[in-house]
Design a protein around this ligand. Structure first.
Ligand code: NDP
Length: 234
C-alpha cells in the first residue's frame, strides 16, 4: 500500500537516501529542506525546521498534495562542534533548536493527522554520540539523547492509537556532515569501529524503512544502532 511519507532534511545525505528508499517502495514521499530540493519522484517542500509556522505551512502543503502524513522521518540536523568552554549560548541553542525542538515541532504536527487516522510511524534520526558522548559535541550529543526521551514518551502517549515512535542511531556515515572533519579525525573514528569502515546512507535508510514497515508493527520506543558496532552497549 502506498503511504504518505514525510522526510525532513531529505534533499541530501542520510535524509535523501531515506526518501529515495521510500520512493523505490512506491510510497508517496514529501521531502523538506531549507533549499527546497528533492530526489526524483519526491515532492519538494521548503521548510525551516526552527520555525513552527513554516513547519505548519509545509505540512499543509504535503497534506494537500498526498494526504495526511502516515510515516514521519525526523532527520534534519546540524552540528556546531567546539569544546565546552568555547561553546557559546548560540552554538548550544542553534543545535538544540534544530535537532531537538525541530523534531518536536514536526512530531507534534504529524501526530495530529496520525491520531485522526489511528495509525502512524514516527522515526527520529539520532546519533551514536547521543548515548556514547563525544568531546566537542556537548550540544549535539544532548540534542540527540533528548530524542530518545522524546520518542519513548510519544511511544507511551500514542501507542494506544497504533502510532509507533522509534529512534535510529547512526554511527559514522559518509555525508557532507562528516566530509568536513579532518582526515586524522576520520581515521581515528574508523579505528574505533569494529566493522572498520564508515557506514553508507543506504544502510541507515534500510533501518528506517524497516521501522516503517508492517514487519516492525510491534516495535516501539526502540533505539536501533546502525553504527558498525561503534556504540555497543550504549
Ligand atoms: P547533512 O548535513 O548532509 O544534511 C542535513 C539536512 O538537514 C539537510 O537536508 C538540511 O537542509 C537539513 N536541515 C538542517 N538545518 C535545517 C533547518 N534549520 N531547517 C530545515 N532543514 C534543515 O546531514 P546528514 O545527512 O549527515 O545527517 C542527517 C541526520 O543524521 C542529522 O540529524 C544528523 O545529525 C544525523 N547523523 C548523521 C551522522 C553522519 O555521520 N553523517 C551520524 C549520526 C547521525 P538544507 O540542505 O536545506 O540545509
Amino acid at each position: 500500500m502506498s503511504r504518505s511519507v514525510l522526510v525532513t532534511g531529505g534533499n541530501r545525505g542520510i535524509g535523501r537516501a531515506i526518501a529515495e528508499a521510500f520512493v523505490a517502495q512506491g510510497d508517496k514521499v514529501a521531502v523538506t529542506s531549507r533549499n527546497g530540493d528533492a530526489p526524483e519522484g519526491a515532492f519538494a517542500v521548503p521548510c525551516e525546521i526552527t520555525d513552527s509556522a513554516s513547519v505548519d505551512a509545509a505540512f499543509a502543503a504535503v497534506e494537500e498534495h498526498q494526504g495526511p502524513v502516515e510515516v514521519l522521518v525526523a532527520n534534519a540536523g546540524i552540528t556546531r562542534d567546539t569544546l565546552l568552554l568555547r561553546m557559546t549560548d548560540d552554538d548550544w541553542s542553534q543545535v538544540i533548536d534544530t535537532n531537538l525542538t525541530g523534531s518536536f515541532r514536526v512530531a507534534k504536527r504529524a501526530a495530529k493527522g496520525m491520531l485522526r487516522l489511528r495509525r502512524g510511524r514516527i522515526v527520529f534520526v539520532s546519533s551514536v554520540v547521543g548515548l556514547l558522548g563525544s568531546p566537542g559535541q556537548v550540544n549535539y550529543a544532548a540534542s540527540k539523547s533528548g530524542l530518545v526521551g522524546m520518542a519513548r514518551s510519544i511511544a507511551r502517549e500514542l501507542g494506544s492509537r497504533s502510532i509507533t515512535a522509534n529512534v535510529v542511531a547512526p554511527g559514522f556515515i559518509e555525508t557532507d556532515m562528516t566530509a568536513v572533519l579532518p582526515e586524522e579525525q576520520q581515521a581515528a573514528y574508523r579505528d574505533q569501529i569494529p566493522l572498520g569502515r564508515m557506514g553508507t546512507t543506504a544502510e541507515i535508510a534500510n533501518a528506517v524503512t524497516w521501522l516503517a514497515s508492517d514487519d516492525a508493527g510491534y516495535v516501539t520506543g526502540a533505539v536501533i544502532p546502525v553504527d558498525g558496532g561503534l556504540g555497543m552497549g550504549h
